[in-house]
Design a protein. Sequence first.
Length: 543
Amino acid sequence: MEHLESDKLKEIDSLKSKFFANISHEFRTPLTLILGPVNKLRELIKDKVVVKDLDMMERNANHLKRLINQILDLTKLEAGKLQLKASKISIVQLIKSYIQSFESLARQKNIGFHFHSSSDDIKVYVDKEKLEQIMNNLLANAFKYTSDGDNILVSIKQDKFPGSGKDAIKIEIKDTGQGISKNDLPFLFDRFYQAGDNKNSHGGTGIGLTLVKELVELHKGIIEVVGEYNIGTTFSIYLLPGTEHLKENEIITLTEKPEIQVYDDINDKEKDIIEKDDTQDEHINYGLATMLIVEDNDDMRSYIRGHFEKSYQIIEAINGAIGYEKAIEYIPDIIVSDVMMPEMNGNEMCKLLKSDERSSHIPVILLTARSSGADKIEGLETGADDFITKPFDAKELRVRIKNLIIQREKLSEYYNSKIAAANSAENLQIEEGDISSMDEQFLKKALKTVEEHIADEQFSVEDFSLEMAFSRMQLHRKLTGLTGQSATDFIRTIRLNKAAKLLALKSGTVTEIAYQVGFNSLSWFTKCFKEQYGLSPSEFAED
């Protein structure tokens, strides 16, 4: 009898999930149409009361959007379609970045909000996007049931994995809020369940903690909860270090997504190499230019984002330290940064970026409320490409960004012409002032690396990135920023440039030259050559 009731409850839960998943998809379009006009109205309306109402509308619409995404994620988990993409990261810095978004709420509610870690650098394989969902749900839950004068402590330390005694990393979220009845604890992670003592005062959907548990278990981790009514609640997450507990397809260095291409006249072996190399980070849409906004003021970040999110893919950071990390991780096309920020200001961040080989080419626009000539000079001396004083016109910012992007595109054409004209990396001549010495050295090193492997048909982007000491994505973005070419296209271009020189010197037959520059398919070599030069190799040699 109990077995039948259990099956019936599971069936009802499944039906609920399917219903909410279907209706959630329908909610997304009207939500978009609500949020869009709200953002526009906020820019046009000056009445403080109306703006306050618009803020409330946006907050609640975004809250609804988050709930919809949670329901959809639960549905994906049920169907086994939500895949873990774990990479090795410093979990301490990551958790700190999540915590910072709750600091203003802690001040508003007069709640003591603290963080402690047993070490400054604890490495673990996690899916950053899913860990963010876990932490945001648990922290939001802690703040919901914690009031004036209470405390919330987030801690990270080494511990033992429950039940096995293996080494583990323990993340703990402890609050001194109203707590949870012992009768409710066993059911807290059940779908659509709401604790009896809390549901009347706070409401909720009963899916947030269910999603948290599912996402922790997707990491092969365990989540535990202890608490007592009127004393507080503690959630503990245990994650295993290393990768032995993960499947091979759950471990990534960069999230890879092959481009869709058609190969008419290429053998299977070379096709496999090309498809393997033509991979990109799934979180970045390379069809759009990427903008990093570094600003500690939430409203200012929202204001800038609102003007550019249709034309650029937006990444955000709340201070210079996080901005530097995100710039290195994503290698954006443009950075717009405030100057005055906690932890690391915009000038310091810009100086770091311009002295780092991975990011030295990225245009940086600094925003500041201080308009003195000395302040502008200080900003420009760090390597900033432009400097705008607040308050600024969004149209002016848009024009300046557009000009910097166009300037970069023209420089890409110039660098490509110089690379094509150079017989070798040593002969690459770029006029002083056209490019930073760091970027010039990078291009020479990249050209030399490809030249050294030009006859190796197996030389891949993976090999290229290892020799350049870049990640695949960093190399792709750096080359795209400087030359407008992906890493795969860069290798192919250098091979074809070399082939053109050999054909002009009549150094061999077309077939011999194709093999000398790393092509094992004559038809594929002919196709690529004609695309680049407008002539077939034999026509080029005769011309």
